[in-house]
Write a protein that binds this ligand. Structure first.
Ligand SMILES: CC(C)(COP(=O)(O)OP(=O)(O)OC[C@H]1O[C@@H](n2cnc3c(N)ncnc32)[C@H](O)[C@@H]1OP(=O)(O)O)[C@@H](O)C(=O)NCCC(=O)NCCS
Length: 154
């Protein structure tokens, strides 16, 4: 069965099209509407590109991209893929592949010399079907955060 869908940049109104439920395939999203909107604006300002797959006017998948310009590699760009998720009911219909291919194409247009991402070992094979290969080793340090100071402006 094929599901007709298209991919576009995320709109603020996508919160009403089930965006948070889709991200739930990755991790729980507990943000209120208002908090989600603040995060949406902050991501736009920091140039995190969020894409969605839309089927029947509902969000069925999402993936994000950050393009980093480096001092090394002669000022070349690297694409960082983050938060790829597809609505569980629609997994296995090519939405995830199409989203990642869309991001790779964005990276090509931005003249990135490579595209990288971190993933769970269980997803390695899936990314290999998209042309990725295991490379390096991800590292992580968890930080304890104190509550943020009240701000007058978001
Ligand atoms: C991983 C994920 C994004 C794939 O999206 P999708 O739309 O289901 O993938 P596609 O339909 O494009 O690809 C389906 C193919 O990948 C395979 N596949 C799906 N998940 C897989 C996995 N974890 N490992 C290996 N293959 C997998 C399917 O069997 C299918 O193969 P087939 O075409 O031979 O039948 C989706 O399953 C998902 O949202 N998972 C939960 C969140 C997650 O783990 N995200 C990745 C973060 S790095």
């Amino acid at each position: 069965m094929t599901v007709p869908f298209h991919i576009r940049a995320m709109y603020a109104t996508d919160f009403q099209r089930g965006f948070r439920e889709v991200l739930g395939a990755l991790s729980s999203v507990t943000l209120s509407d208002e908090a989600a909107m603040l995060v949406f604006r902050k991501r736009l300002r920091s140039r995190v590109l969020t894409f969605v797959a839309i089927a029947d006017d509902r969000v069925v998948g999402t993936a994000s991209l950050l393009i980093e310009t480096k001092f090394i590699h002669n000022g070349g760009c690297v694409g960082h893929i983050e938060d790829v998720a597809v609505l569980p009911d629609l997994q296995g219909h090519g939405v995830g592949h199409a989203l990642v291919q869309h991001l790779i194409e964005e990276c090509r247009k931005a003249r990135c010399y490579k595209v990288i991402l971190d993933c769970d070992p269980t997803i390695i094979h899936w990314y290999e079907t998209l042309g990725f290969r295991p490379w390096c080793q991800a590292m992580r340090l968890d930080l304890e955060l104190s509550p943020p100071a009240p701000q007058s402006q978001p």
